[in-house]
Design a protein around this ligand. Structure first.
Ligand code: SF4
Length: 279
């Protein structure tokens, strides 16, 4: 008899948490295996959120830890920081552990059903197609018509809420994600100074070893955090927020513009992220 597995990857973000809630509510009969690929460089808020989600699910979320950590891979890549062009963090710290976890079963003929958190209001993205003939991918949120507002409401009703880092960062629980906006690096320094200082130390080593990349495009974190630069970044952000607020539709109930932190940072609909780490 063909063996089957049902897996659902939780990233520490909003959409995959909503998918887990949805599957619990609508497909409780499935023997779902929830997993989280832990880079070892996650924000503390991520673990608190996973705890809340586990409380709702009544199940543990399996932590897939990489066999080799961030520091190992950094050294393998000559101390060059991960960047959009050389995105080794996703490959080595997110995808590789997942592949290790599934590879033997897939090769042995086990059918793996993978449930992926793509919403109905998202453009089609690369990155969630099946990569093995025995892997079958499903998009239940899209099929059920859930958009961003629907996902937020589902999490609210389930009492899971959203990860606390959404109050200062748009997405991604990875502490040093290079997709962060400049204002988010400033907020990282304000919320987790020790983590920001760690990022500065990694960057100094990278630059010393000839890396062309800084964490944030065009400037080092040391320059970015200088008081005058911080003021400038905050002023730019306030202007951008103001512009976006003016363009937002008005909520008919409150009479106020509808705006979320994603809209303000303006990164949610870009193709910069990936379904493995940004959902
Ligand atoms: S969230 Fe950012 S830092 Fe983390 S694995 Fe993805 S791209 Fe890399």
């Amino acid at each position: 008899m063909t063996r089957e597995r049902h897996i659902l990857g939780v990233s520490g973000g909003r959409d995959s948490a909503a998918l887990a809630v949805y599957m619990r509510q609508h497909h409780a009969e499935l023997p779902l295996e929830y997993f989280f690929t832990d880079t070892g460089k996650e924000l503390p808020e991520v673990y608190a959120f996973l705890d809340r989600l586990e409380g709702f699910l009544g199940r543990s979320i399996l932590r897939l830890n990489p066999d080799r950590d961030f520091d190992f891979w950094l050294s393998e890549y000559g101390n060059f920081l991960p960047s959009p062009r050389t995105r080794w963090c996703t490959r080595q710290l997110k995808l590789r552990p997942l592949e290790h976890w599934l590879r033997r079963d897939l090769d042995d003929g086990v059918i793996v059903h993978s449930y992926v958190a793509i919403r109905a209001d998202e453009p089609t993205r690369e990155g969630y197609q099946a990569t093995h003939p025995n892997m079958q991918v499903y998009l239940p949120l899209r099929d059920a018509g859930y958009d961003k507002a629907g996902v937020i409401e589902m999490l609210r009703q389930a009492d899971v809420g959203e990860p606390d880092y959404y109050s200062w960062r748009s997405r991604s629980g990875c502490t040093f994600c290079f997709f962060q906006q400049k204002i988010e690096w400033v907020r990282l320094a304000e919320n987790h100074r020790d983590r920001f200082d760690e990022a500065v130390a990694y960057e100094k080593t990278a630059l010393k070893d000839g890396s062309p990349f800084t964490w944030s495009q065009g400037e080092s974190l040391t320059d970015l955090i200088a008081p005058a630069r911080v003021e400038q970044i905050k002023a730019d952000y306030a202007r951008r927020r103001e512009r976006l607020h003016k363009r937002r539709p008005v909520n008919p109930l409150s009479g106020k513009p509808v705006a979320t932190i994603d809209d303000i940072y303006g990164v949610d609909e870009s193709d910069a992220g990936c379904v493995v780490c940004h959902k």
